[in-house]
Structures are given as structure tokens and as C-alpha cells.
Design a protein around this ligand. Structure first.
Ligand SMILES: N#[N+]C[C@@H]1[C@@H](O)[C@H](O)[C@@H](O)[C@@H]2O[C@H]12
Length: 442
């Protein structure tokens, strides 16, 4: 395994850690916060593997100062966090809740006081439930409500926030949530899912226009979960299956955002389920962005029979995902080859493993190896000319892992949910050695 050091990355490269509001904040009824679709989803029997919810999570809403000290101790330059829409606008439209904005203002100012650059995500899945009551993202109006919510956040926080990402992983907020049904609101309707995907993209475009007006000096972009997709064999059938999976998972979002068009091959395959697109929609969606956030975890090995292949010579994380670092450089080089790109940030990369507390230590060697090998691939892609400006480890700390509840630990920091103690894992110590290293004189 190649040993990487700070010298393997450009001087301007940003190292950070990432979280999201519903996964860490808790306090789901505090200070005027309204219900989100995840509060509802968690109460539906069988939806969450351990029957838990984000009601308490990591109690970050009350422990935010301790957590900012923790982040600062890791030597990182930036913190990627998300704003809970239902804290700011409890019904998703109309009245703004000043107490909700007060919390994020305290948080942002606390970051700045500690020399941390705030990287804000406006939407990381916690849609106000009243909007879902009238269709959620399948309702075009939600796109416009989202832009007004973006306005409220940007008007309060301004350019203290260095970077505004509109969405996190719209594929999850639409296909996984409205078609596959594993995430809130847990529907299983492809037509609704494709409408949701379109309105998420439209909301992104509308929000970019608002942010350009309110915070012209901030960096504005969005975050996609992208896979490296490989055919299981060299057969034409498997190659065709891989091309379609790439179209449905990657290009369905990349092409509208970066080219102002949907991929024709997949559009045709979707038949009558395709979304209603109004004449100016794609021009709105393809607003120029200052960065593209890429969340990468693993690759997909695709065969014509639709079965996900699991190469026997690979290792797998606790999520059952293949550890495939090369997929990250393959993906980045593919993006560079196929698209006119803004600078990229790896906005999420990390792994869940079964961590065990040994005294006050967690020796998570597998996670160190995962981070080390994936960061080596980022460095390789940078050497090959891909403009990657930063990397955010997922996640700062163990947290509510959506439908898996608290059964999956992704954190660099172990959370004892019994007493909310935070304990740095070996991976946090390793990451500090890299992220906190003095930038070499070039
Ligand atoms: N699962 N998993 C881990 C991780 C999830 O915890 C994040 O909230 C998402 O943005 C993305 O799916 C990745």
C-alpha cells in the first residue's frame, strides 16, 4: 500500500470532515423545528433496521461547541454540514423560524472562530413533512419552496459560509426514496421518482439563481453520489447493462447539470414514466456551478441479469460494499474525459466497519487502510490533471445511518450512544497526521 503524505496533494487542497443535520443533531422538537419526512419514516414499523430514529442521534444540537472543538482537534481546514430545512422553515414554506437560523449562525461563527471553513449543504434529505403531505419532491412547487428556503439561509449566514451546496445525492432523494422505497418517504413508484428527480434538479437551478443574487462571493455547487460502473464480463449483454446503469445512476444527474439534457438512451427506456419538463427547465438546471461534490464509496459490477456481482478477491465493508479504491480515480478520470467540469471536491468517502471499543481506543485498521488507499487514488487523479480541490471524510463521527439506524459506524470518532462520549478512533489519529500536516513549501 502506497504511503501518502501531505506532499501528495496541492498546497490549496482542503481536508475536511462531513456530517448531516438529521444524522447528528437530535433535538427534533427543539426551538420551533417542524417534523421532517425522516421523523415520520422512522415511526413507520420496519423502516429502520434497529427501530431507532434521529430524535437524539449524537445530540449535536446541544453539544455543537464540543463537536467543533473535536473537529478542530483533527487539524482539518473545513467542516461540511447540512442545515435542517424544518428548523429554518417548519412547514417548508411561509414563516421562517428565527431560532432555527440562530442555531446555524452560532455554528458557523463557531467554525470561523476556530479557523474552520464552513461548507454548507442546504438539503441533506430532511424535507419538511407538510411539503410531503402535498407530494414532496414529486410536486413541482417544492422546487420553488426550496429556492425560497435557500434565500432565507443565505440572507442570514451570508458569505461567512465559504461554500453552498444545494443538494446532497439527489439520486437518493428521488430514486431510493420514491421508487425503491428504502428511504423516506418510502414510496415505490418510478414515475413519481423521476418527477422527484427532475424537481430536485429544478430546485437546484432555482436555488443557484437565488444564491448568485444573495451571496455572489460564495462558491456554489451541488453534490452527487457517483459510482464507478464495471460490466461483470466482456459480453455485449453485460456491457449494455453497465452502460444503462451508468445512465440511470450517474448520467441521469450529471447530464442535466453539466450539459442541460437528459441521457437519451435512458430517457427512451423510461417510456411514459419520464418527467414533465417545461421549456426553460433544463436551462435553469444547467446554471453554471463553481464546484461539483462527488460522494464515492464503491463500484458497481453489473451483469445483464441485473445481479450485483461480488468479486471474491475483494474485501467488503460492513455495508457489504466492495472496497475498490481504483474506482475513485477511474471515476474522476472519466468525469474529466466526458464533461466540462468545475473543480471537484470529494465531499464524502469513508467506510463502515464493526468498531469495538477497547478501553478508550478503537483500533480501526480497516478504515485507516480504506482512507489511505482512496486518498492515494485522489492524489493519482490530481497528478493526471483532474482538478480536485478537497476531500471530506465521511463521517466526523458515528451517527444515524438512515435505514440502518445506529447499526453502522462510519465515524472517524466513535460515539458511545449511552453517554454521548466521543472517542477518537485510530483513523482519526491517522487522518489528523495527514490533514493537519504543515503544507510543504513548494
Ligand atoms: N450509506 N451511507 C453512508 C453515507 C450516508 O450516511 C450519507 O448521509 C449520504 O450522503 C451518503 O450515503 C452515504
Amino acid at each position: 500500500m502506497t504511503i501518502i503524505t501531505r506532499k501528495d496533494f496541492p498546497e490549496y487542497f482542503t481536508f475536511g470532515v462531513a456530517t448531516s443535520s438529521y444524522q447528528i443533531e437530535g433535538a427534533t422538537s427543539a426551538d420551533g423545528r417542524g417534523p421532517s419526512i425522516w421523523d415520520t419514516f422512522c415511526r413507520e414499523p420496519g423502516r429502520i433496521s434497529d427501530g431507532s430514529s434521529g430524535d437524539v442521534a449524537c445530540d449535536h444540537y446541544h453539544r455543537w461547541e464540543e463537536d467543533l472543538e473535536l473537529i478542530s482537534s483533527l487539524g482539518v481546514q473545513a467542516y461540511r454540514f447540512s442545515v435542517a430545512w424544518p428548523r429554518v422553515q417548519p412547514t417548508g414554506s411561509g414563516d421562517i423560524n428565527p431560532l432555527g437560523l440562530d442555531f446555524y449562525e452560532r455554528l458557523v461563527d463557531g467554525m470561523l472562530e476556530r479557523g474552520l471553513d464552513p461548507y454548507l449543504t442546504l438539503y441533506h434529505w430532511d424535507l419538511p413533512q407538510p411539503l410531503q403531505d402535498v407530494g414532496g419532491w414529486a410536486n413541482r412547487d417544492t422546487a420553488y419552496h426550496f429556492a425560497e428556503y435557500a434565500r432565507a439561509v443565505a440572507e442570514r449566514l451570508g458569505e461567512r459560509v465559504k461554500s453552498y451546496a444545494t443538494l446532497n445525492e439527489p439520486w437518493c432523494s428521488s430514486i431510493l426514496s420514491y421508487q425503491i422505497g428504502e428511504h423516506a418517504p418510502g414510496l415505490r413508484n418510478r414515475k413519481l421518482a423521476l418527477a422527484a428527480a427532475h424537481h430536485l434538479l429544478l430546485g437546484h437551478g432555482e436555488a443557484v439563481k437565488v444564491l448568485r443574487e444573495v451571496v455572489p462571493g460564495a462558491a456554489i455547487g451541488t453534490v452527487l453520489n457517483l459510482n464507478a460502473i464495471t460490466p461483470a464480463t466482456s459480453s455485449e449483454q453485460d456491457a449494455a447493462a453497465a452502460r444503462f446503469e451508468d445512465g440511470a445512476f450517474n448520467r441521469w444527474f450529471l447530464d442535466p447539470l453539466l450539459r442541460g439534457e437528459y441521457p437519451a438512451d435512458v430517457w427512451e427506456a423510461y417510456g411514459d414514466d419520464v418527467p414533465q419538463v417545461q421549456p426553460d427547465d433544463l436551462e435553469t438546471i444547467r446554471q453554471p456551478i463553481d464546484f461539483l461534490g462527488v460522494n464515492y464509496y464503491s463500484r458497481s459490477v453489473v451483469s445483464a441479469d441485473g445481479q450485483q456481482q461480488r468479486p471474491s478477491d475483494s474485501s467488503y465493508t460492513d455495508m457489504g460494499w466492495e472496497v475498490y479504491p481504483q474506482g475513485l480515480s477511474d471515476l474522476l478520470l472519466r468525469l474529466k474525459a466526458d464533461y466540462t467540469l468545475p473543480p471537484i471536491y470529494i465531499t464524502e468517502n469513508g467506510a463502515a466497519y464493526k468498531d469495538t471499543l477497547e478501553g478508550s481506543a478503537v483500533h480501526d485498521a480497516e478504515r485507516v487502510a480504506y482512507l489511505q488507499t482512496h486518498l492515494a487514488e485522489v492524489a493519482s487523479a490530481v497528478r493526471q490533471g483532474v482538478k480536485v480541490n478537497g476531500y471530506f471524510a465521511w463521517s466526523l463521527m458515528d451517527n444515524f445511518e438512515w435505514a440502518h439506524g445506529y447499526s453502522k459506524r462510519f465515524g472517524l470518532v466513535y460515539v458511545d450512544y449511552g453517554d454521548q462520549q466521543r472517542i477518537l478512533k485510530d483513523s482519526a489519529l491517522w487522518y489528523r497526521g495527514l490533514a493537519g500536516a504543515k503544507v510543504p513549501e513548494l
